[in-house]
Design a protein around this ligand. Sequence first.
Ligand code: UD1
Length: 341
Amino acid sequence: MSHKSKILVTGGCGYIGAHTIVDLIENGYDVISVDNLSRATTQLLAGIADITSVQVKNYAIDLCIAKDIATLFAQHPDISGIIHFAAYKSVPESVAQPLSYYHNNLASLINLLQMVQQYEVPYFVFSSSCSVYGNTQQLPVTEDTPLPRAESPYGNTKQIGEEIIRDFSHTHSGSRHALLRYFNPVGAHPTALIGEIQPIPQNLVPYITQTAIGKRPQLTVFGNDYDTRDGICLRDYIHVCDIAHAHTLALRYLAQSTADNRCEVFNLGSGTGNTVLEAIAAFERVAQMPLPYVIGARREGDAAAVYADNQKARALLGWQPRYDLDDMMRTAWIWEQRNTQ
Ligand code: UD1
């Protein structure tokens, strides 16, 4: 009979979910995963087992089907925390298929909160995104920065998700909630046994590593006429293992908190921004090779600059990002080379 706390990680076969599972196991938690494998495979579960020697069980159920989650909770009534990653996350796809995004990202959340209520699950951690801030001009963005209308249905599912949890926390006194707003998670586990899998790259760093390895001819830098130090878009890149550890810290924080507020929001960013050219320079430095790139047109919807004020996570969670931009690029590059073989 295990005396460890049992944590349900949804989306455990995905990029951030898998890194978080490793961090949870290393900090003494028991983990079960729910992932319907619609956007992932079990590849990262195998990598988790290689790193931790723990074979995490994944339940391939759809969180939008209430009776299937009810069955899972009947089997695991002792779940003491939920970390909810499972969601669709492509901005352009959400513009093309808004109903699919609203249904998938919100029905799953509501079904899980119903279980929180029914089983008195004390801790709930939600994957939110800096996309809730839209194209804000207030930099760095703090958790109090007013949220403008979301730029996309995807961003809106995160705003609405946060509101659903906040409203729920007002009426339900049996649980505490952390809303974690990720900036740009990149990099891979230092063992290179897990990392990001994007067959068609959607984000900058997979695009850089796939270009370097020869899968893509060149990278296009989207625009060079922005109002930033070198005219190039600036973002807050943060190592996925730092993001992962923040979830463990959030569970500990919720367990210790006696605050009246049962729903707390945290920015998870490095606190400093880097431009795409600075990211390329870091890559070239650690990979010791030139990266072929051209300057192209602006990408529609891109904000010039976004970076986090992370003081709240540092102060309340005791979070301290440990990896710098070079580490992010180095681990992403080692992972790309290993994953491509
Ligand atoms: C995107 C999502 C955001 C999500 C984040 C996850 C949008 C509008 N936002 O943010 O919701 O949380 O990914 O990491 O899609 N770039 C290039 N060339 C490329 C690809 C990207 O120059 O081929 C630039 C972009 O202009 C941007 C930066 O690289 O300045 C990062 O882009 P990306 O990785 O797509 O992330 P975001 O757009 O910041």
